[in-house]
Write a protein that binds this ligand. Structure first.
Ligand code: KG4
Length: 337
């Protein structure tokens, strides 16, 4: 019998529905709210929830249409249960519970970051043991996976997420949201002229971005007070180099400690062009394979949720209608709910 999974993702500002049949992606529909949140300089949670409510049935309907299947054909309904914005997560969860109740098919709860990691399977199969470098607006984690669906955090940020620091630095430089995109673009025009601090030197696999962000903010204010202009391109380049190099030092250290076959990038910041090129260069001729996710997988989508759900389906990891959203679900607790 065919395994047909309909998955929903609504953890932040994208309302998405995807359908996979066995391992073939039949539909991948995304409604992005980014233009609306851009006016506020960041995602407004209440507005995000309302827009998910407006869009959820539209994306489901469009996905069914594209996949040319009906809801009766679906084997299981998958949904992002966390982490993310609580109100936003609830919209996807309630939609999936309703479908599960009506069509009497199981629910598969999916971890958003596991989704970003498994998005790499749209490039090639994951090969274990591996190191996943999870870098997004809300998370910065080095995740060791010894096999499918096994996640161990071996390093993480002690304060801000890397994407959050890109967004905050962009804001102080007067650049639009999402800041990472703007900084990446301007950094290509700049030179690394500003010397910025990298505060955490404890020899661990952890990182810290709060001090770096504050250093940029203080420097920008100081230059203004002294009547000098910041060179935005140079600052973008200096900040980006510092932030990404800090991460890469930990990645390199992690792969020298853990014996991995693969390194995979995951999350919104994996769209960063400097990170993508440097990590590939770092492992050239090393025997360690690097997977760089396609750009469409670096933003939120439901195809990656369906991908994880497919593995969970094979292991009968299902939930009942009592399933709740968990806005701060840890990836290590993944199979405990
Ligand atoms: O958190 P995330 O995976 O998205 C959602 O879950 O919605 O990705 C968004 C983050 C933001 O902080 C954004 O600034 C960052 O990813 N980002 C980037 C780039 N593109 C997006 N950061 C650095 N360079 C980029 N090219």
């Amino acid at each position: 019998m065919d395994k047909i999974i309909l998955a929903i993702e609504s953890s932040c500002d994208e309302t998405a529905c995807a359908i996979i049949k066995n391992n073939e992606l039949l539909a991948n529909v995304i409604s992005s709210q980014i233009e609306i949140h851009q006016k506020y300089g960041g995602v407004m949670p209440e507005i995000a929830s309302r827009l998910h409510l407006e869009n959820i049935l539209v994306v489901i309907n469009e996905a069914l249409h594209k996949a040319n299947i009906s809801l009766d054909d679906v084997s299981a309904f998958a949904v992002t249960r966390g982490p993310g914005l609580i109100g936003a997560l609830h919209v996807g969860l309630q939609a999936i519970k309703t479908l599960s109740l009506i069509y009497n098919k199981p629910i598969i709860p999916v971890h958003h970051l596991a989704g970003h990691i498994y998005a790499n399977e749209f490039v090639k199969p994951l090969n274990f043991p591996l190191l996943a470098v999870v870098v997004s607006g809300g998370n910065t984690e080095l995740v060791y996976m010894k096999e499918h669906l096994s996640f161990e955090i071996i390093g993480e940020t002690k304060d801000d997420a890397i994407g959050e620091s890109f967004d905050k630095v962009a804001r102080v430089l007067g650049l639009p949201y999402p800041g990472g995109v703007a900084i990446d673009k301007l950094a290509k025009l700049g030179k690394h002229t500003y010397s910025l601090p990298t505060p955490l030197k404890d020899g661990s696999l952890n990182v810290s971005y709060s001090g770096l962000k504050t250093a940029v903010i203080n420097l920008v204010h100081k230059e203004k007070q002294n009547g000098r202009e910041i060179n935005i391109n140079d600052m973008a380049k200096s900040f980006q180099d510092t932030a990404i190099n800090e991460l890469l030092i930990r990645v390199k250290k992690a792969t020298s400690i853990y014996n991995v076959k693969q390194v995979v990038l995951a999350g919104g910041v994996s769209a960063n062009s400097y990170l993508r090129s440097e990590i590939s260069r770092m492992y050239e001729n090393s025997g360690i394979d690097v997977i760089i996710p396609p750009l469409w997988c670096t933003t939120d989508n439901a195809a990656m949720i369906a991908k994880v759900a497919s593995y969970l389906y094979d292991r009968n990891v299902f939930s009942d209608l009592s399933l709740g959203a968990d806005p701060s679900w840890k990836i290590e607790d993944y199979l405990k709910f």
